[in-house]
Ligand binder design. Structure first.
Ligand code: PRX
Length: 652
């Protein structure tokens, strides 16, 4: 049999067998595991909970009072204890826990489990000295430096709720997030060096704090040592305070349902959603998925390339690897600085065994012809590759498999969300065939379904529809920060009060394997970053001369999607290339450069229904150069053609 046939490429669906060696040694090899888990879902999750340390065991595994859920009710635990002390108790004190690689070549630092625990304890004591205690909130706005996981673990240790704000966000975005959690302490750095450029985080913080009155103390990490604006009464250098702290600090015995952290994510309105995860269930699902999907082994060097400012970094750079006693690599820089072989150099130098990256990075390498560059590096340490954040197109999948994986690594395509906290669906790498572009099956103990909201009916596989999750899962978000009504409204109202509505389209085949096709709400996925069209529209509307704005995603070869704006300009203003550039720059200032529209088009009107809702689908068709499609539900169907003509003229 030829390799192609063996790999299922002749059968319509392209499939690849798990690498033989990998399958033989995989942590999970039992093909009955889905059935076994589904027969006793609570027992299944309970057996994973038993792998962690609990100060006190739970009384009840799951308490489902739709749409609110609790897991391991009555149990007492602590994530930092599980990530550090519990690992040290198992003999990992001198093992490297955190391996940090800086932006400049040669910048490298390691922390053993013992060393990391000492730093975390000092940081916890430093936070306590500012009155931070169980239930307090702490905002963290740091570059990708070791102090970021240290601060997160320190908060976890004392039961303070961390809210990490992505360091590429702008002052207004930082202020909004600080205000929502009313944090009394902000941890930031002087500057953030990345790709050879520096972002002035302290200066940005200063601007944000003008509108964020809750912050009484700012702790500043000296990353570059540059002089920064300073307020003696409020600002403190991290190193000066840390030097004074004891390296002992007991871990707080937290209730399984105490909040762990809040992380903001874009929704279909302009106001970001404060997604709240609690300490019990998320730890359990992180442990389970890291062992079975990421197939963690004691000697692994795991590299999750995501920024910790997003959920992937929280869950699979910081917490999951440490909960499993692993070595996690944190990289501050970019794939192309100083040269475009930086990633491959790191893999080779550090002997990375697992790489977890977004399809956008893979596509960028593919386009840059990196297969040449790769040949100069020894990537033989790699054994597992992961994909996360957006659908991976089969072509990029194959490139990943052939060039980075050199046809001997397993690839796991993992679907999940900020809201789900942990991986929900992926092929299990020792069992399932790999299908480029498909995340295949829900993780054991998780159930998926499809729904058709037009017909208001549940669909049976094989089918194509809207993804739903009919039963609660341990790492489920518990609520939106201090807004249970919005939580219910956003996730448990489209179908019924018990069914989590994902906002992704999906198909499933007769075996129950799922392929996720992408968002069906007004959320864009740009280079794996989740952005709200409304937030970008608000930024456009806030610019002088703009009367109204609509933003859509246009497909892009490497980024997946890129924002494109349509604006109606006010009378008295003249549309010009300069004005378009001003609008683009303004969005970058307000919402960060990833939100920057590729183009903005001036049009006479926007395509609206009778009720005033903008039909973005029509704008999407126009920007892709496709047929307009059905315009009959527009209040004025003729406007679609006018917009099309005006857009085409400006495209030339
Ligand atoms: O549309 C899905 C897409 O990313 C969305 C979640 O974005 P976020 O909360 O930022 O979390 C990203 C990292 C977990 C989902 O609703 N998505 C994520 N992973 C995949 C994916 N789409 C297809 N395949 C995936 N593997």
């Amino acid at each position: 049999m030829s390799e192609e046939e063996q790999n299922g490429q002749g059968s319509g669906v392209e499939t690849y067998n798990p690498p033989e060696d990998f399958a033989k040694n995989a942590n999970i090899q039992d093909p009955e595991i889905w059935q076994k888990a589904n027969e006793d879902r609570e027992g299944f999750w309970e057996s994973w909970a038993e792998e962690l340390h609990w100060f006190q065991k739970w009384d009840q595994v799951c308490n489902w009072d739709p749409p609110f859920v609790q897991w391991f009710v009555g149990g007492k635990t602590n994530p930092a204890y599980n990530c550090l002390d519990y690992q040290i108790e198992q003999g990992r004190g001198d093992k490297t826990a955190l391996l940090w690689i800086g932006d400049e070549e040669g910048d490298r630092q390691t922390y053993t489990y013992n060393e990391l625990l000492a730093e975390v304890n000092k940081c916890a004591n430093m936070l306590k000295s500012f009155g931070i205690e169980k239930g307090s909130t702490v905002s963290i706005y740091l570059p990708m430096i070791p102090e970021l996981p240290i601060a997160m673990l320190a908060c976890s240790r004392i039961g303070a709720i961390h809210s990490v704000v992505f360091s590429a966000f702008q002052p207004a975005q930082l202020a909004e997030r600080i205000n929502d959690v009313e944090a009394p302490v902000l941890i930031t750095a002087d500057e953030s060096p990345r790709g050879g450029k520096k972002t002035p985080l302290k200066e940005y913080s200063e601007a944000a704090l003008e509108d964020a009155p809750s912050v009484q103390n700012v702790i500043v990490v000296r990353r570059t040592g540059e002089d920064v604006p300073w307020d003696d009464d409020r600002d403190h250098y991290w190193d000066e305070l840390m030097d004074q702290q004891s390296d002992e600090c007991p871990a707080e015995e937290l209730d399984a349902e105490d909040p762990w952290f809040v992380l903001y994510s874009s929704g279909s309105t302009g106001k970001p959603k404060g997604i709240q995860h609690n300490v019990g269930g998320l730890q359990v699902q992180l442990k389970a998925t890291f062992m079975w999907v990421c197939d963690h082994k004691e000697d692994d060097i795991w590299w999750c390339t995501a920024d910790i400012g997003w959920i992937t970094g929280h869950s699979y750079l910081v917490y999951a690897p440490l909960l499993c006693g692993g070595t996690t690599l944190q990289f501050e820089g970019t794939p192309t600085y100083p040269d475009n072989d930086r990633w491959f150099q790191i893999i080779e130098n550090e002997g990375v065994t697992g790489l977890y990256a977004a399809p956008t990075a893979i596509r960028a390498f593919q386009q840059a012809g990196a297969d040449e560059t790769i040949r100069d590096h020894d990537l033989s340490s790699l054994r597992i590759l992961g994909s996360v954040g957006e659908p991976i197109n089969p072509d990029a999948w194959r490139w990943y498999y052939e060039n980075i994986g050199q046809e001997r690594c397993a690839i796991v395509d993992t679907w999940w969300q900020t809201e789900t906290g942990a991986i929900m669906s992926s092929n299990l790498p020792g069992i399932n065939e790999m299908v480029p572009g498909s995340t295949t099956y829900p993780f054991p103990g998780i159930e998926f379904g499809l729904y058709d909201s037009e017909e208001q009916q549940f669909l049976e596989c094989p089918a194509s529809g809207e993804l739903i999750i009919p039963k609660p899962w341990p790492s489920q978000l518990r609520t939106l920060w201090q807004d249970p009504d919005r939580y219910k409204d956003e996730y448990f109202s489209d179908v019924d009060e018990q069914t989590y509505y994902v906002e992704d389209g999906a198909t499933c085949d007769e075996t129950g394997a799922y392929t996720i096709t992408g968002r069906i709400d007004d959320v864009l996925n740009v280079s794996g970053h989740r952005l709200s069209t409304v937030e970008i529209e608000n930024a456009l509307q806030g610019t002088e001369g703009v009367a109204e704005a609509a933003v859509i995603g246009r497909s892009h070869d490497t980024k997946g999607e890129e924002p494109v704006g349509f604006v109606i300009i006010q009378e008295g203003y003249e549309w010009s290339e300069d004005m378009e550039q001003d609008l683009i720059d303004h969005v970058a200032e307000e919402a960060g450069s990833i939100s920057k529209p590729a183009r903005v088009f001036a049009v006479d009107d926007l395509p609206k229904t009778n009720s005033g809702k903008i039909m973005r689908r029509i704008l999407e068709n126009i920007s892709e150069g496709e047929e307009l499609g059905d315009t009959s539900t527009l209040a004025d169907p003729s406007i679609a053609e006018t917009i099309q003509e005006q857009t085409q003229q400006q495209m030339q």
